[in-house]
Design a protein. Structure first.
Length: 312
């Protein structure tokens, strides 16, 4: 039965994911637009700004935009406007410094001028100020939730681990299947171990290592049958959402780092941390103290109506 279920999962996934750009559907194309635009946003927010960055992301974005237009999709949809908005900010950041961006004409063609004229600035960067966040723990959950964002650059100071442990403890209220509480957390404080783990993860390049790194896993021994094959990720995801909100409440800056590991990466992490085979790796969380001020990607969000379907 288990083999049949896993085979079914693989067929569904392989039948839905984006393989080739030509002929891709709207969901696939918009996902790729958002992916590459966000890559550029991260470069735009970097404190050590590198002029001329993102050639690969720009090239991939250009091919995706071309397919979007070729298929006649609406240029007023948010994913498309977001891409234009990010390119608009890319152009402005470079031209404002007098940097030659003639290379964009070759990569993006007519999209450069379209981006210049973009009037909806839903993508790009925003500034996070430490003092403006001081009141986030005053009982307004909407303000806390709305203000929380991924921060990749931290103050050069030690994190108070009591605050991290308090957040971990409070997050145990997160729901889990049949209250089995499969989530597990490793707090990494050793600089060398953090560096080694981030080298395996390969998604934090260009930034100084965070003071602390959390690894959230799920204990598969908590589950009973193959029908619960995805429950570790569900319970771990619910737990980590609670965790980063509690860390925000504690005044700490965080960034979720994906753990979409292939076999060699998974084994390398397990060797490095002596991780039991029964613990399913879910996600990494970079944790540090806030700087006085930092730029972050705007990371536009769909309105709720965009993803909602009422079934009567």
């Amino acid at each position: 039965m288990a083999l049949r279920i896993w085979s079914y999962d693989m067929q569904v996934f392989e039948g839905s994911r984006l393989k080739e750009m030509h002929g891709a559907n709207l969901n696939q194309i918009e996902g790729k637009l958002i992916f590459h635009a966000h890559s550029l946003e991260k470069g735009l927010s970097h404190s050590n700004f590198r002029y001329g960055f993102g050639i690969q992301a720009l090239s991939e974005l250009a091919m995706t935009l071309e397919e979007y237009v070729r298929q006649g999709f609406d240029r007023n949809r948010d994913a498309y406007v977001n891409a234009m908005s990010v390119v608009h900010e890319y152009v402005g950041a470079h031209e404002g410094a007098g940097y030659d961006i003639s290379y964009l004409d070759e990569i993006l063609g007519d999209f450069v001028e379209e981006a210049r004229n973009c009037e909806r600035h839903i993508g790009g960067v925003a500034r996070v100020d430490l003092h403006s966040r001081a009141t986030l723990h005053n009982g307004d959950f909407r303000k806390l939730f709305s203000a929380r964002c991924s921060i990749r650059e931290y103050a050069n100071s030690a994190v108070d681990l009591e605050r991290v442990e308090r957040a971990i403890d409070q997050s145990m209220k997160a729901p889990s299947v049949c209250n089995r509480q499969s989530a597990r957390v490793k707090i990494l404080t050793d600089h060398r171990v953090i560096v080694d783990l981030l080298e395996i993860q390969n998604g934090f390049k260009g930034y100084d290592p965070p003071p602390n790194l959390l690894l959230v896993t799920s204990e598969t021994g908590s589950f009973l049958s193959s029908t619960e094959r995805n429950q570790g990720f569900i319970d771990g995801g619910l737990y980590v959402m609670s965790l980063i909100l509690h860390l925000e409440y504690e005044g700490l800056a965080t960034c979720l780092l994906n753990a979409m590991f292939d076999v060699s990466q998974d084994k390398a992490v397990r060797r490095l941390l002596r991780l039991p085979a029964s613990e399913q790796i879910v996600v990494l969380v970079a944790v540090g103290n806030h700087t006085e001020s930092v730029l972050v990607p705007q990371s536009f969000r769909w309105p709720g109506a965009q993803i909602t379907q009422v079934i009567a």
